[in-house]
Write a protein that binds this ligand. Structure first.
Ligand code: T1G
Length: 702
């Protein structure tokens, strides 16, 4: 028997509707039913002079229950009709607000006549981030309260505003300090006493001036350029309806748009990622948070990565000691950090006081002893096994008992580095992505002997510094770079067979990838990529295929290191990549050297299949090996760290949209036509078993 999440009571002549639906008072079907009952109680309670709506717990309603949108029966109209009853109530309705008043929560508040908020309350309409629009009169009420321009901006971006800004914009009526329910009751009594007129948001007029017309036109033009995100155009149409139609008609336009968006592939993908990101933070078999939350952090190495990593902690207000081997290296590193902050300040993202405060949290040192009191020390030195082993050995000696030692390695064996410290239980991988102060993804690598509380702490630290953490087991390349390998392998084979960098990049960019493999390699550095392949070759870890990844190595040998040398897979004029006939010659020569036939026509479909299906197959193999806990984790890695289109939900979500059977048969097709001597085209066992049982990869658990 589920407890009713909504209660009604009459307290000294004031009706109280109290919602209690942890963790964020989401509007679930049960809350809608409870609200309906509570409203009926108020409407029949002649002793109630007014109504106050309040939520218990950490926040007022933070939105509709996103999980409930999956139900075929889901409908926004029952909730909307409750809002209309509030709006048209002949007696005053007050909403008393705290926490994050988002989506349906703001819609509920705007249906009331008076909105009072605590000073640190935030307000927003984040539905667009789920591929939706406010589905319960939000597109009709917000423009009436705040004006069209601000309403469009908030609904199209999903950004939230402070209580002060909401007050200034007319979204709320009062800011007060104290306990929300008591404040709401006092406000209701005061307004009733003063016989204050009821201010219904549905009755407010919208100024149809040049600014409104321009805002709508600009929003429509922007929306038209992003067909992958249909919510943008729907939002503009709904707000236009608010401007041009009576409230009830505008509400019907909004509801129709919502119904379509809820079933759209984009919204289903974005809703999948919403929950996947939160699930990724959960570690199976570890309950509770026995974290050793860090109050001070040490970083070894003030290079690009070390400096970027340090910024994450300074941004979160955590002091950092940065150790380098020379004054010059330290000075270079810290001045790069300052330059980054000053660039942000020039863009208005920071003020000079914030820059100085953050720089003040960074202390340079040439002495490892200065790390002795740190709770967490991250090594970010040159990607060389011996160098990192030496650093780890010193950290094992210097770091205090209980401190966590993390390595930023992206290609080396974490367990080897952990053993080098002499205290492997304290060691975890924290693989940041460059630029470390910008990229949200953080692969948290659990070693064979990483202690559970070390893993939990690393995950919590990641979220504290604004990262999206995903746990990976130990394997070459962890999750992201391991899946990137077949993607790059097929890129290079296609170049040898006659495809051009521009064609390959355009094909996957048409799928939605932020940047194709060739442009990405030129940006990150052909030399970086080549050295990884050469390192693998020297370690005997490459397939026994002489033609494996020969293009990146040849470009590197020729000094074509990418954008930084104005030549790589492309030639450059400034930062603009241009086709370079020399690259075609290089690939033709390599094809000849390796006896690879050049082909006239290579279709975009073949490019997408060979790059994406092998990437997906590798991801499913990673799940089968237990390197990754769940398919959603892999989707988060690729959408947060590799520019995979979020509106496709990530490679695993997309695999289910394509169909696992289609993927398996296509892999086998290329195995036949290209030969499978090195196992490049062998479907993973898990893929095959899912196909046999007719299962999807989404929702698969070990
Ligand atoms: N529905 C269902 N579950 C939700 C939820 C929601 N709207 N919001 C949060 N949760 C769960 C989340 O999955 C996690 O669960 C826990 O709450 C804590 O969340 C009707 C159609 C509110 C700023 O998009 O932005 O309203 O992992 O880890 O970092 O017309 O949650 O613990 O099991 O994120 O403190 C619009 C989404 C919906 C807001 C809190 N609203 N939520 O952040 O905690 S559509 C949103 C957030 C809508 C109307 C339309 C954040 C937060 P678990 P958390 P947090």
């Amino acid at each position: 028997m589920s407890v009713n999440p909504v209660s009604y009571e009459n307290r000294n002549g004031i009706g109280l509707v109290i919602i209690s639906n942890p963790p964020v008072n989401a509007i679930s079907p049960e809350v809608v039913a409870g609200l309906r009952e509570a409203l009926a109680a108020f409407e029949t309670d002649a002793q109630a002079k007014a109504l106050v709506i309040h939520c218990e717990g950490r926040t007022f309603v933070a939105g509709g229950d996103i999980a409930s949108f999956e139900s075929p029966e889901f409908d926004t109209r029952p909730f909307s009709s409750l809002l209309t009853r509030l709006d048209t109530s002949p007696r005053l309705v007050v909403a008393t607000l705290h926490g994050t008043v988002l989506g349906g929560g703001l819609e509920l508040a705007m249906a009331c006549h008076y909105r009072l908020a605590l000073p640190d309350t935030r307000f927003g309409m984040p539905e667009v981030r789920l591929g939706l629009l406010p589905g319960s009169q939000g597109t009709q009420r917000l423009p009436r309260l705040s004006g069209v321009s601000l309403a469009l901006s908030l609904i199209l971006t999903g950004q939230s505003v402070s209580a002060n800004d909401a007050l200034a914009a007319g979204i709320i009526n009062e800011i007060a300090e104290g306990e929300p329910l008591a404040l709401g009751i006092a406000a209701a009594e005061r307004l009733v006493e003063a016989k204050a007129p009821l201010r219904r948001s549905s009755g407010l007029k919208i100024a149809i001036d040049a600014a409104t017309t321009q805002a709508l036109a600009e929003a429509a033009a922007t929306a038209a350029k992003k067909p992958a995100y249909p919510a943008l155009g729907a939002i503009v149409r709904a707000v236009e309806a608010a401007v041009n139609l009576p409230f009830e008609e505008g509400e019907r336009v909004e509801a129709r748009e919502f119904d379509q968006l809820r079933l759209s592939s984009t919204s289903r993908a974005l809703r999948h990622l919403f929950f996947a990101e939160r699930a990724a933070a959960r570690i199976p078999s570890l309950k509770g948070d026995v974290a050793r939350g860090p109050n001070s952090v040490g970083i070894v190495g003030a290079g690009t990565m070390g400096g970027g990593i340090a910024m994450n902690f300074a941004n979160a207000g955590i002091p950092v000691v940065i150790v380098e081997t020379s004054d010059d290296a330290l000075r270079r590193g810290l001045s790069l950090v300052r330059r980054n902050y000053e660039t942000s300040a020039a863009k208005g993202k920071l003020n000079s006081e914030q820059v100085e405060k953050r720089m003040g949290l960074l202390t340079g040192s040439l002495d490892y002893a200065s790390l002795a009191s740190c709770d967490l020390v991250i090594e970010a030195v040159f990607e060389n096994l011996q160098i990192k082993k030496d650093v780890c050995a010193r950290l094992g000696q210097v770091c205090r008992t209980g401190a966590i030692i993390a390595t930023n390695t992206s290609t080396l064996d974490l367990d080897v580095l952990a053993e080098a410290t002499g205290r492997p239980a304290d060691v975890v991988g924290m693989h940041f992505f460059s630029p470390a102060n910008v990229m949200r993804l953080l692969e948290v690598v659990r070693g064979a002997r990483t202690a559970p509380d070390v893993l939990v702490t690393a995950m919590q630290v990641a979220r504290r510094i604004g990262k999206v953490p995903v746990v990976s087991g130990v394997c070459y390349g962890f999750i992201g770079n391991r899946m990137l390998e077949p993607y790059m392998r097929e890129t290079e084979f296609l170049l040898l067979e006659g495809a051009h960098p521009g064609q390959i990049d355009s094909a996957v960019e048409s799928l939605g990838m932020a940047m194709g493999p060739c442009r990405m390699s030129d940006l990150s550095g052909v030399d970086i990529g080549a050295k990884v392949v050469i390192g693998q070759y020297e370690a005997g870890a490459l397939p026994p295929d002489p033609s494996y990844r020969v293009v990146v190595r040849r470009l590197f040998e020729l000094g074509r290191h990418g954008q930084k040398t104005q030549a790589g897979y492309y030639r450059y004029e400034g930062r603009t990549p241009l086709p370079d006939p020399l690259v075609a010659d290089i690939c033709a020569d390599l094809a000849r050297e390796h006896g690879i036939a050049r082909r006239g026509v290579i279709t975009d479909q073949e490019i997408i299949q060979r790059l994406m299906y092998t990437l997906i197959n590798e991801g499913i193999q990673i799940l089968d090996e237990g390197i990754s806990y769940r398919p959603g984790d892999i989707d988060i890695v690729w959408t947060a760290g590799y520019g995979f289109p979020d509106y496709r939900g990530g490679p695993m979500f997309m695999a289910d949209q394509i169909g696992l059977s289609e993927i398996e048969s296509t892999l086998e097709h290329y195995g036949r036509v290209r030969g499978n001597q090195f196992g490049y085209w062998t479907p993973s066992n898990l893929l095959k078993s899912l196909v046999v049982t007719g299962q999807r990869i989404g929702g698969w658990t070990r």
